[in-house]
Ligand binder design. Structure first.
Ligand code: AMP
Length: 398
């Protein structure tokens, strides 16, 4: 069976076609600048193709480009679209309606539309991706895989904010958590590596967006992102944890209104805001490598980033009554030895002992044990959200 995995953003569609007999990705790529004057198709199949300046005024046209490429006589990987058994869609927020993936029908579509208010930046694009596929492949089963589903096992005392309980009930204001497919994939990888299910794992998914989770016996019991992906760690451009009263203070003391402050906290803060240089960790590491000549704000951004991750490790170890395993994943987690070193430094009291050589030589795409301690292990594990979506889609359509 072949499963098409779709991750639709507001102006992009990332896709992978996975052959589930051996979980091999047979084609993948992305449509970029969808809805703009000229768009791009990137495709890796039998051969690599890049089409620039093509017209993708909507997600429907973009999906047509993807499907045409998949069946193309020269570089396609299937003969006919009927070979696609099902489509798995990444959906950022299922709210409280779904605690797991679901086959998409009219009731699910209604719930997705109803949840737009809770994820206005993400869910509309995910819905557009689903609608486009439904239009072009009306008889192919579709599955929604929710980013928050893995975190639906959090206990109420962890997911609730201490606001009036009636307001939580009425407006569904609570912590949902995101990156769930990544956290679930990593927790299953740890089960595979350790050969046991009863692990206490702290997972640090550190990419441009970054989140942590506490996973006890295979279940997420807490996570750092909240009602929206703004909460928690310092991210590329998001501030992470901040006193809610800062919003009114910024409105009163700058020329921003509430909406502009929210945009500011999402797009202009984090590593970018602190460093004043870049939201890209590679740029900050390049500065950091200059030693005494490093831009002090770049150093501060790295230190704040690592301090926040470290604080969550401690908090989650406390929440789980201990820690067996700390995992780093995502673009920064998998690549930055500096981040791993700075986070683990000082956590010897928890049983984490850095193996400097293993840490410095860890390669992206490979699993690495980067600590020496016997009781508590630190791993770098490459994440694979797409395979998780494909697996769940297959499970549901079978
Ligand atoms: P992701 O969102 O998981 O793709 O991760 C993107 C983040 O990973 C960006 O901040 C990149 O700068 C960072 N990143 C990618 N490669 C490296 C690297 N070799 N060293 C440090 N950070 C990296």
């Amino acid at each position: 069976m072949k499963i098409l995995v779709i991750n639709a953003g507001s102006s992009s569609i990332k896709y992978q076609l996975v052959d589930m007999t051996n979980e091999i990705v047979i084609a993948k790529g992305m449509c970029d600048r969808v809805g703009q004057q000229s768009s791009t198709l990137i495709y890796k199949g039998k051969s690599d193709i890049r089409l620039d300046d093509v017209k993708m005024p909507s997600h429907v046209e973009a999906m047509k480009f993807v499907l045409d490429a998949l069946v193309h006589a020269d570089y396609g990987v299937i003969k006919n679209l009927s070979e696609v058994s099902a489509v798995g869609h990444r959906v950022v927020l299922g709210g409280e309606d779904y605690t797991g993936s679901v086959v998409i029908d009219e009731t699910v579509m209604k719930a997705l539309y109803a949840n737009i208010g809770l994820a206005p930046l993400h869910n509309p694009a995910n819905i557009q991706g689903i609608e486009a596929c439904k239009e072009i492949m009306p008889t192919t089963p579709m599955v929604a895989v929710f980013d928050n589903a893995f975190h639906s096992s959090m206990p109420d005392y962890a997911y609730l904010y201490a606001i009036n309980y009636d307001d939580y009930k009425k407006h569904k204001i609570r912590k949902y958590g995101f990156h769930g497919t990544s956290h679930m994939f990593i927790s299953q990888e740890v089960e595979r590596i350790t050969g046991k299910k009863d692990n206490k794992i702290v997972i640090a998914h550190l990419g441009n967006g970054a989140s942590m989770s506490a996973v006890k016996n295979g279940k997420s019991i807490d996570t750092s992102m909240g009602l929206t992906p703004l909460q928690g760690l310092v991210m590329g451009t998001r501030c992470g944890d901040i006193d809610a009263a800062a919003v009114e203070y910024l409105v009163n003391n700058t020329d921003m209104d509430v909406h502009q402050v929210t945009t500011y906290l999402n797009k202009k803060c984090g590593l970018l805001g602190i460093s004043g240089l870049s939201s890209d960790f590679r740029d900050l590491e390049e500065e950091y490598a200059k030693g005494d000549k490093c831009n002090p704000r770049a150093r501060l951004a790295i230190e704040m980033f690592c301090y926040r991750v470290k604080s969550y490790v401690g908090s989650y170890a406390a929440a789980m009554g201990g820690i067996d395993c700390l995992v780093f994943t995502g673009g920064i987690g998998e690549n930055s030895s500096i981040v791993r070193e700075k986070v683990v430094e000082g956590l010897e009291f928890l049983g984490l002992e850095l193996d400097k050589k293993a840490n410095d030589t860890a390669k992206r795409g490979e699993m690495t044990l980067f600590t020496t301690g016997k009781k508590v292990k630190g791993y770098v594990i490459p994440t694979n959200e797409e395979i998780m979506i494909a697996r769940d889609t297959l499970r549901l359509v079978k």
